[in-house]
Structures are given as structure tokens and as C-alpha cells.
Write a protein that binds this ligand. Structure first.
Ligand code: CO8
Length: 258
């Protein structure tokens, strides 16, 4: 499949998607998000892929949804067209872990795209924000919902209501970002983390992702029950036998994803 708005490659067991609309600072439009969805579907179906990295450029992960495209929208255009949201579902429902490697601007839809991924690794240059209020709109792809879950109500209100940008250090302190690294190490760090994940048992990795996500969708008792059922089911896996045998025999485990 050929792509016009993203670059897609595989690095060993890792799928790499690079957002590639440099002149527009990777502003997100339907064509780009359709391609992200299509690339994720290919990686999801590929048994050789264990994790995915989504990144942008040095200057911008993504500076938001494409304002030029939205400027003349009517309510009906937005509602009937389901503007750029239809393929966000593919990011949300991908069962393999996705790491967002963020340098430069991650604003509006760009911040929301990063938050839809499972882990955010940020370069020291990263700047996160939800500046939609300046455009006379509010965030439309999870900014008012995922941000408070990640960084607290006060900071989410601050970012969404003032439109100020938050640097990488502040984002890490607030819990939005899992690691901050020098800009020239960003992709290596993200690919190394993804490669490490991809070496583990894929069904177990998928169960961990499902279980952590469950913490955001359910109460504690239901979440604990979900985790326990998943934990019990690990004992049906060859990979559990292999992982524990490898520990006892003091050798590296070799998982077969079953
Ligand atoms: N859309 C379209 N074009 C953009 C965008 C964007 N979001 N951001 C930047 N560009 C373009 C600029 O127009 C400019 O193009 P040109 O060279 O042709 O004039 C080029 O990228 C470079 O931008 P700047 O010259 O402005 O670069 P600066 O370094 O001076 O500034 C900024 C960088 C601060 C990132 C600035 O470009 C900016 O403020 N951009 C807009 C940020 C923003 O408001 N983002 C939120 C957009 S709304 C949104 O994301 C809603 C999401 C809802 C999703 C779900 C819908 C249902």
C-alpha cells in the first residue's frame, strides 16, 4: 500500500509510522488519519509485529487538526462527515501497544493523538497543549476527557481554558509523559522500548494493555476482577511455562506468542 501523508516502515518487530505533512507541521486531516488507520490495521494483522511507534518531525509531532480544512465547516459538515474522528477508533482499538514519540508541537488533535497512544515518550523540545479555545472551538478528540485523567483536573482546565503550552519537563511531572529524552535520542529510545515490548509474549502484552485501559473504564472492584481473570488465563499459555522455566533454568526466555 502506498501512503502520501505518512511514512511506514518496519524495524524488526516494531512498526513505525512517521506523520509526514512537514509544510503544515503535520496538521491532521482525513487523508492522514485514514492512512494512520490503514497502517495500524496492517501492523495489527502482521504476526511479526509486536508494537508500534508513531512519531512526527523534529519541529512537530502534530500541530493539531488542519485549521484550513475546518475553517468553513458547517455543523452538518462536521457532524455528517465525522471529521477526522472515524479513524481515531483504529488508534484506540489497536490491541498492540502504541508508543507516541513526541518532539516539538503536540497541540490540539496532535496532543489528543499522542494521548490516544499507550505511552508518550517526549523529547526535551516537546510542547503539549489544547489551544482550541483560541479558535472558538473546544477539543474534539478526547482533550477534555483524557487530559484530566492523565494530569489532574486543575492542569487540564488550565491548558484547555488558557491555551498555554506545557513543556516536556512539566508534562512528565504531571504524568502525561513517561520519559523525557534529548531530542536526538527520541526515536532510538522509543524504538528500543517498543522492541523490548515486542520481545515479550504478545498475548500477555495485549492482556496488560487491556487491563490497564480497563482501569480508566471501570470501578476498582470490576477492574481487579478483570485483571484476575486475565491473570488466571495466563496459565493456559505456553509462554507462561516458558517464562517461568527460563527463570528457574537461569536462561533468557524465548516466547512463541501462544
Ligand atoms: N492546521 C493547518 N495548518 C497549520 C496548523 C494547523 N493546525 N498549524 C500550523 N500550520 C501551518 C501554518 O499555517 C504554516 O503554514 P504556511 O507556512 O503556509 O503559512 C505552517 O504550518 C507553519 O506554521 P507557523 O508559521 O505558524 O509556525 P510557527 O513556528 O510560527 O508556529 C505553531 C507554530 C505555534 C504550532 C502555530 O503554527 C500554531 O499555533 N498552529 C495552530 C495550533 C492549533 O491551534 N492547533 C489546534 C487546531 S484545532 C484541533 O486540533 C481540533 C482537534 C479536533 C479533532 C477532532 C475533530 C472532531
Amino acid at each position: 500500500m502506498s501512503y502520501e501523508n505518512i511514512l511506514v516502515e518496519t524495524r524488526g518487530k516494531v512498526g513505525l509510522i512517521t506523520l509526514n505533512r512537514p509544510k503544515q507541521l503535520n496538521a491532521l486531516n482525513d487523508a492522514l488519519m485514514d492512512e494512520v488507520g490503514a497502517a495500524l490495521a496492517v501492523f495489527e494483522a502482521d504476526e511479526g509485529i509486536g508494537a508500534v511507534v508513531i512519531t512526527g518531525s523534529e519541529k512537530a509531532f502534530a500541530a493539531g487538526a488542519d485549521i484550513g480544512m475546518m475553517a468553513k465547516f458547517s455543523y452538518m459538515d462536521a457532524y455528517k462527515g465525522d471529521y477526522i474522528t472515524r479513524n481515531w477508533e483504529k488508534v484506540k482499538t489497536c490491541r498492540k501497544p502504541i508508543i507516541a514519540a513526541v518532539a516539538g508541537f503536540a497541540l490540539g488533535g496532535g496532543c489528543e493523538l499522542a494521548m490516544t497512544c499507550d505511552i508518550i515518550i517526549a523529547a526535551e523540545t516537546a510542547k503539549f497543549g489544547q489551544p482550541e479555545v483560541k479558535l472558538g472551538i473546544l477539543p474534539g478528540a478526547g482533550g477534555t476527557q483524557r487530559l484530566p485523567r492523565a494530569v489532574s483536573k486543575a492542569k487540564a482546565m488550565d491548558l484547555c481554558l488558557t491555551a498555554r503550552m506545557m513543556g516536556a519537563e512539566e508534562a512528565e511531572r504531571a504524568g502525561l509523559v513517561s520519559r523525557v529524552v534529548p531530542a536526538d535520542k527520541l526515536l532510538d529510545e522509543a524504538l528500543t522500548a517498543a522492541a523490548q515490548i515486542a520481545e515479550y509474549s504478545l498475548p500477555v502484552v495485549m492482556m496488560i494493555k487491556e487491563s490497564v485501559n480497563r482501569a480508566f473504564e471501570s470501578g476498582l472492584a470490576e477492574g481487579l476482577l478483570f485483571e484476575r481473570r486475565a491473570f488466571h488465563s495466563c496459565f493456559a499459555l505456553d509462554d507462561q511455562k516458558e517464562g517461568m522455566a527460563a527463570f528457574v533454568e537461569k536462561r533468557p526466555a524465548s516466547f512463541k506468542n501462544r
